[in-house]
Design a protein around this ligand. Structure first.
Ligand SMILES: [Cu+2]
Length: 160
């Protein structure tokens, strides 16, 4: 079979990019531990406000864990509970969030925190807040007529 020179280059380029992207995905998954939500952590979304930790949404200082604060957020159409969060700068926080009704988003603008909140599933993310400031939390999953008004605020404060 005769292949034109440029045809060969193009096939090599195509095959090469495939290998490069598979390698990146492999490194992300097995080395950096980046996985899609496991769907293992489920919850009854109809009674979610009676089930811990969602019976007490808010910022909780914890000890003996790998993080300093647990931030419990319950989303529902069209607001976040609590509407405002405050943590000291430099603390390691674990966001624990879910939805009471439909799919909502939880994106902290200017950071790489971006979770999908699905009714019946608990979304978690651990991060360190290392820059003081006010960060807008927005819903980035269209959830209904009030979607554009759905937001909250994360205040990272400098406590001297
Ligand atoms: Cu929304």
């Amino acid at each position: 079979m005769h292949l034109h020179k440029y045809e060969k280059y193009w096939l090599l380029f195509g095959g090469g990019s495939l290998i490069v992207f598979l390698l990146i995905t492999g490194i992300m998954a097995f080395h950096n531990g980046s996985h899609p939500p496991s769907a293992k952590n489920t919850i009854n979304h109809e009674k979610v406000d009676q089930i811990a930790p969602f019976n007490k949404p808010g910022v909780h200082k914890v000890s003996g864990k790998n993080w300093d604060y647990e931030i419990v957020v319950l989303a529902s159409a069209f607001y976040y509970n609590p509407p405002e969060l405050e943590v000291p700068v430099g603390s390691k926080v674990k966001f624990i969030a879910t939805s009471k009704d439909v799919v909502h988003g939880f994106e902290i603008s200017g950071t790489n925190v971006n979770m999908m909140l699905e009714p019946g599933y608990v979304s978690e993310y651990v991060t360190t807040v290392d820059k003081a400031g006010e960060y807008l939390i927005v819903c980035n999953e269209y959830c209904g007529v009030g979607h554009a008004q759905m937001h909250s605020m994360l205040k990272v404060v400098d406590k001297k």
